[in-house]
Structures are given as C-alpha cells and as structure tokens.
Design a protein around this ligand. Sequence first.
Ligand SMILES: [Zn+2]
Ligand SMILES: [Zn+2]
Length: 451
Amino acid sequence: MGLTISYKDNQLILPEINCCCGVEHQRPDLDVYIGEGILAGIVDYLGKRKLGKKALVIADENTYRVAGEETIRLLRAGGFTVTLCLLEREEELEPDEAALGEILLALEQGIDFLVAVGSGSINDLTRYVAFHTGRPFVSVATAASMDGYTSVVAPLLARGLKVNKPATYPQVLICDLEIIKNAPYPMVISGFGDIIGKYIAKADWILGRIINQEAYCPVAAALISQAVEKCLQQLDGIKNRTPEGIKRMMEALILSGLTILMLGHTRPVASIEHNMAHYWEMIKLSRGEKAPRHGTAVGVATLYAARFYALFLAEEWKTLDLERIRQARPAKTVWEKAVLDAYGEKIGPLILRDNPGEYLDWPEQERRLQALCRDLRLIKEELAFLPGPEKLEEVFRELGAPTTAAEVGIDKDTLRKSLLYAKDYRERYTVFKTVNEAGKLEEWVERVLHW
Ligand SMILES: [Zn+2]
Ligand SMILES: [Zn+2]
C-alpha cells in the first residue's frame, strides 16, 4: 500500500486515504509539526489557526525550563499576552484534582486558548480543562513518551483512583526534536514500549477479524505497521537519541494517535498489552504505590503477550475436545467472583457492569472454537508478521529497557492475575480469550510465567 506520510515546512501531511473497509474515516482537524528547532515557528503556526491573543501556558518546573520559558518568550515577542500556570511539585506531577484546580484558578477572564508544555500529564490536564471551558489548546511536546498527544480521553486521578474522562485534542501540536531528544531516557523507553505494543494490538485485531468478523481497517493497520517497522530500523538512533531516531518514534506515536481520531476507537493501537498495563496500574494505585510509566509497562506486557502468541502459533489446535471444554466451563457466578477478586471491590463491579457480553454462552464459545479450527491456516499466515518473544527481548535489551514485570515493580501474584484476567478488562477480543475459550488459559499462563 502506498501510504507515505510527507512534510511541508515541517508540517506532517497524511496520505490521501482511499479505503473501502466500510468504516467511516475522519480527517482529524489539527496541525502537527515535527522537526528540529521548530518551536521558533510557533507564532506562525498559531497564526494559521486564529486562536486569539491571550494565552495560558501550563507547565511544570522541568518542562518550563526545557521549553516553557522559550515558548512564552516567543509568544510575547509575537504580540500575545501570556499568563503562566506553573505546576510546582517536589515529586513527579500527577494529573489529579489539585493540578486541575490550579489550572482553573489561573484561568483568568479573557484567556482565549491554552498551551500545554509537556508530555502525558500536562497534556491530559490541559485537554480536560480546554474541553470543559470550551477553549482550544496547543501542545508543545517535550518527550516521545506515549501516543496520547492527540487523545480525546484524559486519564486523570480522582482521590487516587484512575478515571478516564472525555476531553479534546490540540489544534496545533509542535514536536521540536531538539527539545524532545533531551527528555530523560526512561521517557524514551516508555515511548518505545507504547510503540512495540502495536504488534500485539494488530495481532489481536486480525484474530478478532477472522474469528468474530470484527470491522478491520487495513489502511490504519498498514499506517501503524510501517511506522513501527521504521522505528525498529532506527534502534541505534533511538538509543543515541539522534534527531532521526527520535523523529521515527515521534512519527509512530503520532500516527497511532491520528489513527484513533481517524477511526474513532483505539482498536488498532491497544489490546491485551494495554489491558495488562492498566491492570498493573490499578493494582499499584489501589495500594497507594506508584504505578510504572505507561509505555514502559505496555512494553513489558508486550513481551508476555508475545510469549503467549508464540505458544498459540506453535499449537496445532487439532485436539479440541469440545465436550470436555463445555463440561469444564466455569459457571457465570464462579467467573464473576474471580473477576471481582482479581480487580478488587472498587473496580471489579465496574468491569462487570461495563462488559455485559464478556461471559459467553456455550453456542457462541463453540462457534468461535470452530472458527479457530476452520481458519487456522489463514490465521497463522496473517500472524506471520509477529516477531517472536526472543527477538523482541533482544531489542529491549539493546535499548536497556526492562523485560520483566519484577523490574517495573509488579509482583508475581499481580502478574499472574493480569495474565488470567486482564482479558476481562473489556470485551475487545484477544488471543487470551481464544486460549481461555479453548480451556487452556491457566495451563498456558503457568508456561508463560516459567518461560
Ligand atoms: Zn498506550
Ligand atoms: Zn479503512
């Protein structure tokens, strides 16, 4: 597929999308700029959008130092009136109610638009305030740490609990590689983890398409795959944080985000590896502990999921004893209790409420198993793109990224529970469901744990 992105004066231009997958493709309404030293062009970039003259810049101490101060200088020199909301913290900034309150207090009369200078948390806080106050916002990226710059959901913390709130995406996103390449290395690892997870998301999507006739957009899948492959070809550049390496990462992260806007859902970029990472985060937060960085957790979860896929692809799937599988099915009440135990009393009931179709009746389970056996050759052919777990581990080692749950602070029991129950976090189909429906989940989880 001839799907090449291009640039015009550092502005990213998406290819014309001619796709007949049946899903409506939206063209996101935002300007993305990627290049070295391009923050200098901010006044021109904003000028094209007519956002007004009075800006509120939101930054923390780190992002103020690396980009906020310069952003403000440039804006003032360009005739804008600028107020700064500096979120000063002893520790890392959390996207919580205190931070939201500070931004609202800084939102004086007459402010036309917001400028988020930062990465995950600052953008999430800003997108939420922008959405609720009906103001546009601009994002000055400071790290290639996650794919959520253009997200329309803000993951926030309310009294220590994670809540995902509707929000909005920026009208202008400025990715100055001179700034981004100097972000702390753990943020690079995080961005890379979020990118490498796309392999599992794609594999699960293909599986869902073949077994459950899920809607599938080949153009979205190809756009992301190309960007991921380009990153893998730039491992040295990423490790040494060359402009080229960081640019490839930023492209992959931004294309992932744009694909979500294009299709209106996260199917192409998130599946079981994200569920596992969310599960770990929930458990850590519920204990009052610090959760691992999002993308880093996704990367580690990707390795476990890749092992699962390796088992899946090696299996012949010839000996499915449907009657034995049917007999061994847990009753709905037993399964519900297990989910409630795994997710805890606060989140467990929400998981059950939000996924009413998660527990399958037997005819549906049988249909899926028959589809698996019938289409096995096609499934294996289409999943041939997946790199094996050893190959992925090698890549992680080369970058110095963590490869085990223990390294990101996840204990054995939480890891086991995530392998068993992260699939129930949402109804989205994954190989973990296939294996569960075939009655082999517990056995395989042990095999993955003792890899
Ligand atoms: Zn992610
Ligand atoms: Zn399509």
